[in-house]
Design a protein around this ligand. Structure first.
Ligand code: HPA
Ligand code: ZN
Length: 333
């Protein structure tokens, strides 16, 4: 099964680029930028990764970003991820970035996006992996700051396929960003947002995302299963769910594998993704492997998960079809 997963043409749709910052690169960037880290080794850094819920994870995630300062830093970050993804036969990725995590500490938006964009172009040319960017707003900041970030992104509109919403969900419901999402839609962005797992008011937040914001996709969204009407709406609209098993295992009580099994059985477009692989120790291949072991997935199940993923990508139809044909050819072998 490990070999089957390794060879499977894969798609990654829930991946925070800042969450791919491995300790080795963290050290290298700290040195480049003359930043003193409070750790003496890579093992030291990894040992400090202790979290058991979303807020405790986010604290370490934001601290880690301190070393990202210049355009080449963002280029190197994205290039390292794309190399790793290509080595796992990820054929296509939609990559989140958190501009406010950088602009809020004085790093210009322009430099962040230029570094990321340059890596995407180089990776496509050199490694044959395609990727697009999704700009996330930090939901624990004010809606006005999100709106200002949206406006700041407009000169780079062609480099960004859609917008998302992440960070601490507690007390920060989807409707807080209603006006931001309306404007994003007007500007032609596609819409997704995190509905993190087992949050306060999880089900109501998913309902808001679907019914009031009108999202095109849901990130996580596992708790939708608690509401039959919501499940029906998600299925009718063909909305995708980007679930992250290993991440779930860290910030909730389990990988939520059983929920993924139920979503598959209900015919929902559930997908398997890695979220913040440098922190949760698992890229998409490891996530599929963990899930396959927990659920005794068949090859057909694994192909279905990747079919769902390519189907819900924000690519034009002809490119989706090309990846789906690759997947079908692999499955037929
Ligand atoms: N949830 C919310 N915020 C995040 C996440 C996540 O899974 N990863 C990085 N920021
Ligand atoms: Zn996430």
């Amino acid at each position: 099964m490990t070999d089957f997963i390794a060879g499977l043409p894969k798609c990654e749709l829930h991946l925070h680029i800042e969450g791919t910052l491995e300790p080795e690169l963290k050290f290298a960037l700290a040195e480049r930028n003359s930043i003193e880290l409070p750790y003496s080794s890579v093992e030291d850094i990894r040992a400090a990764y202790s979290f058991d819920d979303l807020p405790s994870f986010l604290k370490i995630y934001y601290e880690g970003m301190e070393v990202l300062r210049t355009e080449p830093d963002f280029y190197d970050l994205a290039m390292a991820y794309l190399r790793r993804a290509a080595s796992q036969n990820v054929r296509y990725a939609e990559i989140f970035f958190d501009p406010q995590a950088h602009t809020s500490r004085g790093v210009p938006f322009d430099l962040v996006i230029r570094g990321l964009r340059r890596a995407l172009l180089d990776a496509e040319r050199r490694l044959g992996i395609r990727a697009q960017l999704i700009m996330c707003f930090l939901r624990d900041f004010q809606a006005e700051y999100a709106m200002a970030t949206l406006l700041e992104s407009l000169p780079y509109r062609e480099w960004i396929v859609g917008v998302g919403l992440d960070s601490d969900e507690k007390g920060n419901p989807p409707v807080k960003f209603r006006a931001v999402y309306e404007r994003a839609r007007q500007e032609g962005y596609l819409l997704t947002m995190h509905c993190d797992v087992d949050q306060e008011n999880s089900v109501e937040h998913i309902r808001q995302a679907v019914e009031e914001i009108g999202v095109d996709r849901i990130d996580h969204g596992v708790n939708a299963l608690e509401d039959q009407a919501l499940v029906e709406t998600i299925r009718e609209r063909g909305l995708g769910l980007t679930v992250c098993p290993i991440s779930n295992g860290y910030v909730t009580d389990s990988t939520k594998a059983d929920a993924i099994r139920r979503m598959l059985d209900l015919g929902l477009r559930v997908t398997v993704n890695s979220d913040d692989p440098a922190y949760f120790a698992g890229y998409v291949q490891e996530n599929l492997t963990v899930l396959a072991e927990e659920l005794s997935l068949t090859e057909e199940d694994l192909v279905q998960l990747e079919r769902n993923a390519f189907e819900i990508t924000w690519l034009p139809r002809h490119l989706k079809d090309a990846y789906l044909a690759e997947l079908d050819a692999y499955a037929a072998r």
